[in-house]
Write a protein that binds this ligand. Structure first.
Ligand code: C2O
Length: 621
């Protein structure tokens, strides 16, 4: 035991020194690793050797894995001047980095992230996709599981990463702060990857958006006038827009690859307003994981990744480049909305190493034509998006079973709608038709209360920050996707309604898009649980016939589902994580407008089925 642990520490140090980590050993059985200064490097190439050795020896050192390793990080939230598209502006950052630092941990680790607020406004951070088993206090959505961290204050998010492995991300979870406060969250597995080609390196590819203007001011305008968001000025790959934007050739993501080697690309859509297509010129991509769950492998020319979703793909450097020694990679939106939209393309490059080229400097980047990335679907290619989503299946192996509930205790049908609210007298409204934009689930526009729902629930405060009457079906039956988008509409109700379910309940949620204003693809994200996408389709959900067609064998397991535009998706989950959980559209404007709800999972009967008590440093409102 001692010996293997010693070896493990050595390996961690070897690997860590390659990544500027600072391990500190604090005893034989409890290993504390300080990783607060783990610098994010968009060109980071993590040799599999480290992961593999670390994994192997970790498993040897602590078979039960429980509480053997605690990983510490320190996030300082601070302003930093950043320049893109020739516009310099102060940006909210973590430790001055944009995108923020990568958090890399192993399955089974305890994680402690101290977040210090060094800005004059409130903030919180959410670990998107981390299940937070019994530790809802560390989940992060403002006013749902915590009061915000106030200026000058700190809060340490403490949780354990249990039975999850793969690519996730973290982001701010208060107002539009996640426009710049985001980064990768990587969980290395304890067991070798269930795919075969040796991986030369693992490369996070985080998609984001850039606004030249102040997006927090834009959000205030939206709230004041009920208007929509301004289109972003650029999409970015690892914070870099690429040569198709003005002034941006120098801000281009370039990934060097060795011919013949295979790479694991960790795609993360951290954008706020847009589903994205991604492809690499001439290369076929192999999907192996979505939302930190392994999938059956499949080959594809392009990927559709919705905000809040992640996708791991294998890419083999098996093509022969021309004299530029590069192939472009590109991402552009999958557009289903009718409103004006950022219809631009972010470009990066695969730079082939080899022979002489290694010693000579690669040629400068020329603004290349987007048509060279001929794999990239057109921006309104719904058939591609649909057939891509339909190909995603859980691995469903003996080692990685697909535990989809075969029966359900409760089915909740909820519309996911955009709405127009009549303009109140003597006010100015700048939404569509001189009204206010709102959004809703079952006609309820979610309003954030002024204190944490979790705290209110836990402390049984009767002050009424929420009510437990979220409707389990739409207020009336109607032709959801067939209504006249402009004439028919429902003014929504505003409130903080939650759905309360007993511990262990097997839930089915049918998410039904509507045609109010217009049909649109909604990436619906659930906190605290993964779910299974058992069915989806266009038009209206048919409770009589559709369930018969569900996939209860190997449906994809995810934390965010892209509900088809003008269609529906049925998801199932076992509510086995006691606490208060946010569910919302990951298109930020839709959340601002109220396309969200909260569900509460009650404690079970055993102590291990109960929410843990709140930490001492929990922020106060
Ligand atoms: Cu990634 Cu509630 O969010």
């Amino acid at each position: 035991m001692f010996k293997s642990l010693y070896i493990h520490v050595t390996v961690v140090q070897v690997c860590n020194s390659m990544h500027k980590l600072k391990p500190i050993v604090q005893g034989f059985l409890s290993l504390e690793v300080m990783e607060g200064y783990y610098l994010h490097n968009s060109l980071l190439m993590l040799p599999l050797f480290c992961v593999w050795m670390g994994t192997l020896l970790l498993a040897g050192a602590s078979p039960s894995t429980s509480s053997s390793i605690t990983r510490h990080f320190h996030f300082n939230i601070e302003w930093k001047n950043v320049t893109r598209l020739c516009h310099t502006k102060p940006l909210l950052t973590v430790n001055g980095e944009f995108p923020g630092p990568t958090i890399a941990v192993h399955e089974g680790d305890d994680v402690k992230i101290k977040v210090t607020n060094r800005i004059p406004i409130n903030t919180t951070i959410h670990w998107h996709g981390v299940k937070q088993l019994r530790t809802g206090w560390a989940d992060g959505p403002a006013y749902v599981t915590q009061c915000p961290i106030q200026s000058g204050k700190s809060y340490t998010y403490k949780f354990k990463v249990v039975e999850q492995r793969g690519t996730l991300f973290w982001h701010a979870h208060l107002s539009w702060q996640r426009a710049s406060l985001y980064g990768a969250f990587i969980i290395y597995p304890r067991m070798p990857y269930p795919f075969s080609p040796p991986i030369e390196a693992e490369i996070p590819i985080i998609f984001g958006e850039w606004w030249n203007a102040d997006f927090l001011a834009m959000e205030s305008t939206m709230i004041m006038y009920g208007s929509g968001p301004n289109s972003s000025d650029a999409y970015t790959i690892n914070g870099l827009p690429g040569p198709l934007y003005p002034c941006s050739s120098k801000d281009t993501f370039i990934q060097t690859v060795e011919p013949g080697k295979t790479y694991l690309l960790r795609l993360i859509n951290a954008a706020l307003t847009s589903e994205l297509f991604f492809s690499v010129a001439n290369h076929t991509l192999t999907v192996v994981e979505v939302d930190a769950v392994y999938t059956k492998q499949f080959k594809t020319t392009a990927v559709m990744v919705a905000p809040g979703q992640t996708t791991n793909i294998l890419l083999s450097a098996d093509q022969v480049p021309d004299s530029s020694t590069r192939f472009p990679m590109a991402a552009r939106p999958y557009v289903t909305a009718m409103v004006p939209f950022d219809e631009t393309t972010t470009l990066g490059f695969l730079q082939y190493n080899g022979g002489k080229a290694m010693n000579s400097k690669p040629p400068p980047i020329k603004p290349c034509n987007i048509s060279s990335v001929h794999n990239l679907p057109a921006m309104r290619d719904t058939p591609f998006a649909t057939q891509f989503s339909d190909k995603v299946r859980s691995l469903a192996s003996a080692q990685y079973p697909c535990n989809v509930p075969k029966a359900v205790d409760k089915r909740v049908i909820t519309t996911t709608s955009l709405n127009l609210q009549d303009c109140p007298k003597n006010t100015t409204c700048k939404g569509f038709l001189g009204k206010r934009f709102t959004a809703s689930m079952n006609n309820q526009s979610f309003v954030h209360p002024s204190m944490s729902i979790l705290e209110s629930y836990y402390r049984k405060l009767s002050s009424g920050v929420y009510s437990s009457d979220f409707p389990e079906k739409p207020p009336t039956d109607f032709n959801y996707t067939g209504v006249n988008p402009l004439n028919e509409n429902m003014n929504t109700e505003f409130g903080t309604k939650v759905l309360v379910v007993p511990y262990g309940a097997r839930l089915e949620l049918v998410l039904q898009d509507t045609a109010f204003i217009n049909v649109e693809n909604h990436p619906i994200h659930i906190h605290g649980h993964n779910f299974f996408v058992v069915g989806s389709g266009f038009g209206n959900f048919d409770a009589k016939h559709d369930p018969a067609k569900y996939n209860l064998i190997d449906p994809p397991e995810r934390n965010t589902v892209a509900v088809p535009s003008g269609g529906w998706a049925a998801i199932r989950l076992k509510a086995d994580n006691p606490g208060v959980w946010f569910m919302h559209c990951h298109l930020e404007a839709h959340t601002t407008w109220g396309l969200a709800m909260v569900f509460i999972v009650k404690d079970g009967s055993k102590p291990s089925e109960c929410l843990l008590p709140p930490p001492d440093d929990l922020p106060v409102c």
